[in-house]
Design a protein around this ligand. Structure first.
Ligand code: DC
Length: 231
């Protein structure tokens, strides 16, 4: 039996998943896995190889060969591709505008799900990190990747709140221009992503946390209460 703690968090863009997941990981001394980064790095890998992202078979072959290492330290999460740190490239517009093409590829999803599962299981069993556990976040962690997680949270917020948060993150402000520049990333991508993952409604056993209008501290406190009640 393992006494490691596995926490799964899903939700749409701008719901505050990454902020919450990293903070929970630090609070409980766990590792942190951002699965969105894995779809993003798969995109970088294919783009760098000149692969047409609409060619689903070619993308799937390339992703199966991708030499990826996820560094799951919540204080400094990094993504190494063939040994090179590509973390800084993952949230550029070049990647954000096309990543959904890779994320809706079912063969890619199967490959990345297996890799995500292996990372989570390694923490659960003997622990690359003292066996304490992991917080994994994405779109299908509570449902497909880790439906057996100890705690499963679906983090949601109104589209207006999510847009304002992403705009502030990307452009330093949530003025009209920044909101318009971010709208595509948040609204169109969620619509596209939701064709392959159900992350707007909680499955049975998943706790929904609606943090519309909340500050990060309030979201964190509510999540800690959920985790502590479940342990
Ligand atoms: O959370 P993010 O914006 O970094 O996610 C990048 C893309 O990957 C986005 O299109 C959603 C998709 N994604 C997914 O389909 N499944 C996951 N578990 C995580 C992300």
């Amino acid at each position: 039996m393992s006494n490691a703690l596995v926490i799964a968090i899903d939700g749409p863009s701008g719901s505050g998943k990454s902020t919450l997941a990293k903070r929970l990981a630090r609070h409980y001394g766990l590792q942190y896995l951002d699965t969105g980064s894995m779809y993003r790095v798969a995109t970088v890998w294919c783009v760098d190889r000149g692969i047409d992202l609409d060619d689903q078979a070619a993308v799937a072959v390339a992703v199966r060969q991708m030499p990826l290492e996820m560094v799951t330290d919540p204080g400094a999460p990094r993504v190494l591709l063939d040994g090179e740190d590509v973390t800084a490239r993952l949230h550029t517009a070049e990647v954000s505008t096309v990543v959904s093409k890779v994320a809706v590829n079912l063969a890619v999803r199967a490959e990345l799900k297996a890799r995500q599962r292996a990372i989570i299981d390694a923490e659960r069993t003997d622990g690359r990190s003292r066996g304490r556990g992991i917080v994994a976040e994405g779109r299908d962690i509570t449902t497909v990747v880790a439906p057996d997680a100890d705690v499963r949270i679906l983090l949601i917020a109104t589209p207006g709140d999510r847009l304002a948060r992403r705009a502030t993150e990307r452009h330093g402000a949530a003025d009209e221009h920044a909101i318009e520049a971010t709208r595509d990333e948040v609204i169109r991508r969620d619509a596209q992503d939701s064709t392959v993952s159900e992350f707007m409604h909680a499955h049975e056993g998943v706790v929904t946390l609606d943090n519309s209008g909340w500050q990060p501290d309030e979201t964190f406190a509510a999540a800690v209460a959920i985790v502590d009640a479940a342990r």
